[in-house]
Design a protein around this ligand. Sequence first.
Ligand code: TYD
Ligand code: MG
Length: 467
Amino acid sequence: MAKKTDEFVCQNCGAAYKRWQGKCDACGEWNTISEESTATERILSAGPGRPPRKGKPFALAPLAGEQKEAPRLPSGNNEFDRVAGGGLVPGSVLLVGGDPGIGKSTLLIQIAGAIAAAGNRSVYITGEESVAQVRLRAERLGLTRLPVELAAETSVEDIIATLSQGKVPRLVVIDSIQTMWTDMVESSPGTVTQVRASAQMLIRFAKRSGAAVILVGHVTKDGQIAGPRVVEHMVDAVLSFEGEGGHHFRILRAVKNRFGPTDEIGVFEMTGGGLSEVANPSALFLSERDLGAPGTAVFAGMEGTRPLLVEIQALVAPTSLGTPRRAVVGWDPSRLAMVLAVLEAHCGVKLGGYDVYLNVAGGLRIQEPAADLAAAAALVSSLAKTPLPADAVHFGEVSLSGAVRPVSHAPARLKEAQKLGFARAVAPDATRGGERDGLSIAPIASLNDLVARIVPDRPAPRREARS
Ligand code: TYD
Ligand code: MG
């Protein structure tokens, strides 16, 4: 007999409890635990009274042997392929997560169109919209003439039965995994149990048939809907599609990838005609610069193998609060705290009475420590009300001693700066000798050198003698 058990499952992380509680011990979220009935036994045992199946032995292979690179199917969309690691691997399952309205459906119908245009069977299943709505979007994107097969369906059994007919599809898009449901479990669609069981079945279909499956997953901050968190461990790659609400840039980032690197990003621009690839993101991120305003510095960054120039903006203003504000968008707040502390301790730049705001332009999120020097330059420039030279880029890591450390990929950063017409690079001492045609280097050994460059007539910081 199938044993029916009721359990309480956290809708955020999938942890299960015997009884209800207000806070999930596993992920620390509040109010995310709800009751779900799970009849998992029914899946596990084939039928009443049947003895357990005896295992069959299989052959084991040595580690050495003929290796085969996973064959890939390029989608034709360069930015997407870069993030996916060179194209879709047959039989692989990708999860594309992102906030609602960010453009996931738009991106995936475009990818489905591109795969179909190359003569491959490509299927797009939506559980969120009607076929008419998807057609309307496709019309707007100019994709209607492409042979993408379309359906509005949410039953996983029906979907797999349909896909198993005819030629094996090369790509199946499921938009979204939260709307799918299977008869195998009794919970309602959108619950962790349903999402997990549906994903499991689709993954098994992908592995068996060799079709590449892309699952769309919504992420909600409060964890009310079953997040794709539980699915993340099951799929081959997790891509996150992000962007700041008011900006038209969208960034596709690999969070996990069994078949490729995780540090590459794809940059898209949301236009009236859908998402267009941005082949030269630096030019886009720098296109609306506040030239000549104090508090802005251009950072020569790297995203994966690609250099990316972006503007870092700082505002340092006298505070009216007891505890001054420190607000950061697009960068790590603890790195800002560190740069502020180093400026104060080693350069005598007193910021205790000031509010500090730091923003990375264009909605980009920077993770590199190499941005320290650019952030420090923007901060000092804002405090001193002295604009930085418009033709300079900055990069370098600041250590707690105030020294400026070399960073990786310096030649690529310098090349990108030169390509975009910058005349100088404010960079770590070790970069000396990396000059290029039209690009000079201002070597910086310590943060003190940087402050002295921006405010030359400032008295040297007094070293407080302690007794
Ligand atoms: P959508 O792909 O539906 O988002 P998601 O599937 O992630 O929820 O995109 C919705 C937004 O994209 C919507 O606000 C309108 C915008 N958009 C454009 O600006 N241009 C376009 O050509 C399309 C199709 C959508
Ligand atoms: Mg959508």
